[in-house]
Design a binder for this molecule. Structure first.
Ligand code: ADP
Length: 553
C-alpha cells in the first residue's frame, strides 16, 4: 500500500518523497486506524487524508470549516487530476444536486463539506449508500470548547459518523492543540484509540525574545528593536486599534516606512495597506490580530508584539509569521504588567457577557439533577477558568528565566523535558542563581497571616504590607498590626514582586482570577513554611542587581 501511496504522491502531486510523519500517518489511515495529527500550518497535513482517499476504494468525506479554503483545495486537486468536489452554501441548490449525483456515481474520490451540511437529508442518504473510504476533519480543534475557535456545528460530526452503516477510519487534523485540547478532540469526535502524532512545532530559524522594559521606556524599546532590524520586513502586533495608530505614528515620525491594519479601517484602505506591505513598499506593518490570516509573505524578518496576547496559541501563531522562508528571524515580545490586566479584563468581560458572575458560586454545585441553566453556567465557568489558565501560562512565558523555545514546545505537548535551545533571549542571558529563602518565607508568612485573619489581598497590597506602607488604607484596615507588617521595609517593591511572581510560577502561591484577583497560599507553600524549604530565583548576571530591581519613576 505504501508503494501505491508513493506512486500517487509523485503522479498527482509531483513530490519525490513523503515528509517525516506523513508516511507514518498515512500508513495508519490505510490500516484502518483513526488518527489525530497535530502539525503546524505548512507541514503537509492535507496529504495525510488525500493520498489514502486517492488510492482507496470509495469516497472520502472531508469536513472543513472555511468555504474559501475548500474551494482552493478542490480546484488544486482537480488541476492535479484528482476527482474532488465540494458542498457548501456558496453553490446553488441545482449545483448541490449535481455534486451529490457526481459523488454517488463512484468516480469522485473526495467530497469536501461544511459541517452545517452534515445533517442535510440528501447528503446523509448519499453517505448511507456510498462506500466511504474515510472521514477527515480539518481544523479539528474547532470541535473543542477549549480550542481557540470552537464551532458548535462541529459537534454534529460525532453523531454523523455514528449514523454511518459502516464506520470508516477517521482522521482529525489541526495545527493547534495543547495536550488537553487533543484529549478533548478525541473525546468529542469519539475517536477510537487514535494514533496521535504531534510534530514539527519547532521552528529552528526563529529566535525568541522577551523584553521587559520599564513601562515608561516601552516606546524607546520598540524603536531600538525596529532600528536593529532596519531595512527588513516585519510586523508589529498591538492589542488595540488605538495602539496600532499610536505605534504606526511613532514609527513614521522616526523615519520608518510603516503602514497599519485593523478592523476600524475601511476595507479599501486595509487592502491598500496590505498590498503596500506585501510588495515591500512599506516593509513594516503595525496591526491588530485581525492581520495575518491567509497572508503568505515569506520574507518577514521580525515579529514584535508591542502588547502581550492572552494565550500562547495566539502568540505562537502570530510570531510564526516570521521566517517562513527558513531564514533567521526574530520574534520578540515586549512584556508589560498592564497588558496582563487588560487581558484579564477582557476574559472577565466575555464571561460576564455569557451570563457568568463572580459573586455567584452556586453554579459550581455539581449535585445530580441540576437544571440545564446551571449546567450552562458550569460550562461557561469552566471556559472562564481555562482562559485564565491560558493567560497565566502566557505570563509565565514572559517572566520565565528558562529556555523560551523549550517552554513553547512543552506547552504544545511536543516534549516533556526542558532543554536549552541557545537561540532565545533566556538561553543567551547569563543568569545567576540567588538564594531568596528568607524573602520567600516572609512573603508566604504574610499571605498566611492574612488568611488566618480571614483576609485576602492582591499583590500590590501584600507588597505594601511587607514594606510597611504608611498609606491610610493600610492603617484603616489594621494591616499595620500584622506581625509581617514592615518586615521587608528595606527591600524595593519591584524585587518583592519579582520573588512573589516566582513563588506563583512555582506553585507556592496562587493568584485567583476574576473581579479583584487575590493571592492565596497553596499546600506546597504551607509545607515550605513548615518544613523550612529553600527557594532560589535566577537574575540576569550582566546587570548589577540594583539595576534589575530599580523602582520605576
Ligand atoms: P497544512 O495543511 O499542514 O498547512 P499543506 O497540506 O497545505 O499543509 O501543505 C503545505 C505545502 O507543503 C503545500 O504546498 C504542499 O504541496 C507541500 N507539501 C506537502 N507534502 C509535501 C511533500 N511530501 N514534499 C514536498 N512538498 C510537500
Amino acid at each position: 500500500m505504501l508503494e501505491q501511496a508513493q506512486k500517487a504522491l509523485k503522479e498527482y502531486f509531483g513530490h519525490q518523497s513523503f515528509r517525516p510523519n506523513q508516511s507514518e500517518l498515512i500508513e495508519h489511515v490505510l490500516k484502518g486506524d483513526d488518527v489525530l495529527a497535530v502539525m503546524p500550518t505548512g507541514a503537509g497535513k492535507s496529504l495525510v487524508y488525500q493520498i489514502p482517499a486517492i488510492i482507496s476504494d470509495g469516497l472520502a468525506i472531508v469536513v472543513s470549516p472555511l468555504i474559501s479554503l475548500m474551494k482552493d483545495q478542490v480546484s488544486a486537486l482537480n488541476q492535479a487530476g484528482v476527482k474532488a468536489a465540494f458542498l457548501n452554501s456558496s453553490i446553488s441548490p441545482v449545483e448541490q444536486a449535481e455534486v451529490l449525483e457526481y459523488a454517488a456515481s463512484g468516480s469522485c474520490k473526495l467530497l469536501y463539506v461544511a459541517p452545517e451540511r452534515l445533517d442535510a437529508p440528501r447528503f446523509l442518504s448519499l453517505c448511507k449508500t456510498a462506500r466511504l473510504s474515510l472521514v477527515a476533519i480539518d481544523e479539528a480543534h474547532c470541535v473543542s470548547q477549549w480550542g481557540q475557535d470552537f464551532r458548535p456545528s462541529y459537534l454534529r460530526i460525532a453523531s454523523f459518523i455514528e449514523g454511518l452503516p459502516k464506520r470508516p477510519p477517521v482522521c482529525a487534523l489541526t495545527a493547534t492543540a495543547t495536550p488537553e485540547v487533543q484529549k478533548d478532540i478525541a473525546r468529542a469526535l469519539e475517536l477510537r484509540d487514535p494514533f496521535t502524532l504531534v510534530s514539527g512545532f519547532d521552528r529552528a530559524n526563529l529566535h525568541f525574545g522577551v523584553e521587559r522594559p520599564d513601562p515608561k521606556a516601552k516606546r524607546a524599546c520598540l524603536l531600538r528593536l525596529v532600528r536593529e532590524h532596519a531595512g527588513q520586513a516585519g510586523i508589529v502586533y498591538c492589542s488595540t486599534r488605538s495602539a496600532v495608530e499610536d505605534v504606526c505614528g511613532l514609527l513614521c515620525e522616526n523615519g520608518f516606512a510603516a503602514t497599519r491594519y485593523h478592523a476600524g479601517l475601511a476595507a479599501s484602505e486595509r487592502h491598500a495597506n496590505q498590498e503596500d506591505f506585501l510588495f515591500d513598499r512599506k516593509p513594516i506593518m503595525v496591526a491588530t490580530n485581525a492581520f495575518g490570516m491567509g497572508i503568505d509573505k515569506s520574507n518577514v524578518s521580525f515579529v514584535i508584539h508591542y502588547n502581550m496576547p492572552s494565550d500562547v496559541e495566539s502568540y505562537y501563531q502570530e510570531a510564526g509569521r516570521a521566517g517562513r522562508d527558513g531564514s533567521p528571524a526574530d520574534c520578540i515580545l515586549i512584556y508589560n504588567k498592564k497588558d496582563v490586566q487588560t487581558c484579564q479584563f477582557l476574559i472577565d468581560k466575555s464571561y460576564e457577557d455569557r451570563g457568568g458572575g463572580f459573586a455567584d458560586t452556586g453554579a459550581w454545585s455539581d449535585s445530580a439533577g441540576e437544571s440545564a441553566l446551571a449546567d450552562a453556567d458550569g460550562a461557561s465557568r469552566a471556559i472562564y477558568d481555562r482562559d485564565c489558565d491560558r493567560l497565566r501560562q502566557m505570563v509565565f512565558y514572559c517572566t520565565s528565566t528558562d529556555c523560551l523555545r523549550s517552554f513553547i514546545l512543552r506547552y504544545f505537548g511536543q516534549t516533556d523535558s526542558p532543554y536549552r535551545c541557545e537561540n532565545c533571549s533566556n538561553c543567551s542571558t547569563d543568569f545567576e542563581v540567588e538564594d531568596v529563602t528568607v524573602e520567600a518565607q516572609k512573603i508566604l508568612s504574610c499571605v498566611l497571616r492574612l488568611a488566618q485573619r480571614d483576609r485576602r489581598a492582591g499583590k500590590a497590597l501584600i507588597v505594601d504590607i511587607l514594606r510597611g506602607s504608611k498609606a491610610e488604607k493600610i492603617r484603616a484596615q489594621g494591616y499595620d498590626g500584622l506581625t509581617t507588617y514592615g518586615i521587608m521595609g528595606a527591600v524595593p517593591a519591584k524585587r518583592i514582586r519579582y520573588v512573589l511572581d516566582a513563588l506563583i510560577a512555582e506553585d507556592y502561591l496562587v493568584q485567583t482570577a476574576g473581579g479583584y484577583p487575590v493571592v492565596e497560599i497553596t499546600g506546597k507553600g504551607a509545607a515550605f513554611l513548615k518544613e523550612r524549604g529553600s527557594f532560589e530565583i535566577k537574575v540576569p548576571k550582566r546587570l548589577p542587581k540594583e539595576e534589575v530591581f530599580v523602582e520605576p519613576g
